[in-house]
Design a protein around this ligand. Sequence first.
Ligand SMILES: [Zn+2]
Length: 579
Amino acid sequence: MSLEKHGEKHCFPAKRRVVSVLTSLVSVTCLLFLFQNFCNHEQVAVLKESQLFQCQTFDKVSGGSADILKYILGNDSFINGTISKLQNAVRIPTEVADERPDPGTHPDAKEYLPFYKLHEQLKKDFPLVWSKLDVKTVNNLALLITWKGSNESLKPLMFAAHLDVVPVEKKTWDDWKYPPFSAFIEYDSENILDSNVWGRGTFDDKNMLVGELQAVELLLSQGFQPERGIILALGCDEEASGQFGAAKINEVLVETYGDDGIYAIVDEGLNGIKKQDGVYIASPGTAEKGFINFWIHLNTPGGHSSVPPDHTSIGIISSLVTKIESKKFPLLFTEKNPVSEWYQCAAQYSEGMDKSLRYDFLNAMNDEDSNARVIEYLFETGGKKVGYLLRTSQAVDIIHGGFKSNALPETVSVLINSRVAMESSVNETMQKFVDQIKETCKEHGLGLQYEGTQLIDSSENGEFSVEISIGKDPVPSSPNNDAWKHFAGTVKSFYEDIVFPTKFEEESTELVIAPTIMSGNTDCLNYLSLTQNIYRFQPGFASEDTLGTIHSVNEHVNFETVMHTVAFVYHYINAVQPA
Ligand SMILES: [Zn+2]
């Protein structure tokens, strides 16, 4: 035993040396291999790094004086004065319905009386604007206010807003916390800016309306004279497509300034400043989805309901609706849609995002798999709301059909509303619906007429006819040019230098500016020939809860949002003047 032990003792170090040398050799080889490999990896990583998404950064642009901006945001009597003007505007119920007469030819229609009342109220509340600037009514109800610049070679800057509001459904009146046209204020005793005004139109869009007018009124009171002219375009039927308001204002503006005659337009937008994964992001809307309303009519032979066919026209159109709803449009994450840039910026700056997910976001335009994982992640975490920023929507909103219990329905109609994704068009979107109608035609031996053209011959069973009542392609993103950089730089200076230091305790808070898309439309749809520089931006930190009340019960706005609107408009008007 001892010998063995001894022998072992002798033998072991020798073995050990061999093993050790071998290990060293292997290690060196491994190291060499690893090093080579590591270098390769580095090269790959460096190569890829340069192709990864980089969020655009902006230099700050100076605008209004810091003292005045702080006064707007902090002086109680100025704040209360502004809010009381908002209350006056909200108390006048300028509701607008889809079906309404042209105010140009029917100025005395009963539903237009509140608009005249609002004109009078605004005149009282903004006396300098009305006495010193050119205030025109357009098509009787809309307002066009022009502050001529001293340098006519500079294209004017335009702000849009609308006087009208979405109607309040009578049966929802009791669901409101405060009556919808009361403009009731819930004061916050600790911080006046956290107080809220309640009522239809407080957020959409009388906040913008009063905010823009109040900024201009303040500038007038200071004796300011712009070199670059300022225009306020105040529509009267934004909530019903703008045909009698913004469209008419556009005619006047094109006539006066010509195509591309405006420097930039700032209009309402849903998103202001939002904190996402630890980062503050400002999100001006630089593009709008397209819009389609179309009718599908189905005409079939009538008859007595005691001897019905297997499927009446109501049954057939129901099966078509089911077919349409069961096939959704694809989710897309591409460079055509500014919201992709928004999510990529958010990922780049995110403090908490998983590394591989972040890599997928930044690599999404180079690699199909990354792209697919990003879409999956966005849809899983954001649900439908985010989904509809990435895809074309389809909503069957109206159905008519049948009139008597013992008669077969001869005509049935459905209206479908679709918001077209940035990557698509009205034609491509309609193709999906037409293909599905064609399948239904085959199943039931029916004909098809599309916009007056016979695609499938009519049969004794009847035929479908499709009629597009509104078809607008998506509005492409505003260009990434000097006007955009200047606008973004103005937003950045306003928040980083004026708002953040007083609002947050964090030492220095950075603001990321990333464009996004509007899933709905605004009056801007009527102003596309005036400029490509259109920024749909609502200053402020509106919460998701507040945004959820727009067009719904309990619409409200906090004082902070209103005062940010006044201050930002003041700041930007100063910023666009030549130095
Ligand atoms: Zn609006």
